[in-house]
Design a protein around this ligand. Structure first.
Ligand SMILES: O=C(O)c1ccccc1NCC(=O)[C@H](O)[C@H](O)COP(=O)(O)O
Length: 218
């Protein structure tokens, strides 16, 4: 299966265009996060950036916003196809959130908690398994045990997007190890914080998409 690719943390139209031209399936912008990151943009900017994406490219709003009401407000303002939520919530709360918003819900889970994915399977629309910072934020540029994530995802119905420290150089090994539905990258294709490196974006997308997975045997 061809792996889907999301390029995340876009702050400029020209980087968004680069990602789209490179063949990215999804593009992500980050707003309303209580952590320091060069990739955060104001909410109205997030709306403008995502509105500039062409048809057939999935738009993703990444947030750590607190509370269903605030998240609902963000979705109404930004109108993303997908809401990527980095935060807490039990299955009932996430189910309520899904019912409140018009976007699909991509729930970010730390790799150390990947064994809990089955609890939310069928409740949320998809998972993103990341290597989070201690404050819960993403964009750490740190990898995790891809094989363990692959094992934790194998029997799930919901698609799993692999994230955390991916780069053009390691994305093929990551796909071999975790067999994800999609891969996601933010800092691994940057020239500087919040600024994408066009060559790295093109290389990441091309390598991820043309790669035919070989199973890793241990
Ligand atoms: O990227 C950030 O700075 C960020 C901050 C707070 C919450 C989420 C964030 N990023 C979400 C993503 O989807 C990133 O692409 C993902 O964490 C992978 O990042 P990286 O390891 O830099 O590729």
């Amino acid at each position: 299966m061809t792996v889907r690719v999301k390029i995340c943390g876009l702050t400029r139209e020209r980087d968004l265009e680069t990602a789209v031209e490179a063949g990215a399936d999804a593009i992500g912008v980050i707003a309303d996060v209580p952590v320091e990151t060069p990739r955060e943009v104001p909410v109205d900017r997030a709306a403008d950036l995502l509105a500039s994406a062409p048809p057939f490219v999935t738009t993703v709003l990444v947030t750590m916003a607190d509370g269903g009401e605030r998240i609902e407000e963000l979705v109404e303002t930004v109108e993303p196809d997908v809401l990527q939520f980095h935060g807490d919530g039990d299955a009932d709360e996430l189910g309520d959130l899904c019912a409140r918003i018009d976007s699909d819900l991509l729930f970010a889970v730390g790799a150390d908690d990947a064994s809990s994915l089955s609890r939310y399977d069928g409740v949320v629309d998809a998972f993103l398994v990341d290597t989070p910072a201690v404050d819960g934020g993403g964009g750490t540029g740190r990898t995790h045990d891809w094989e363990r994530t692959g094992a934790a995802s194998a029997d799930l119905d919901s698609p799993v997007v692999l994230a955390g420290g991916l780069t053009p150089e390691n994305v093929e090994s990551a796909i071999d190890a975790a067999d994800p539905f999609g891969v996601d990258v933010a800092s691994g294709v940057e020239a500087d914080g919040g600024i994408k490196d066009g060559d790295a974006v093109r290389s990441f997308v091309a390598r991820a998409k043309r790669h035919h997975r070989t199973e890793v045997t241990t």
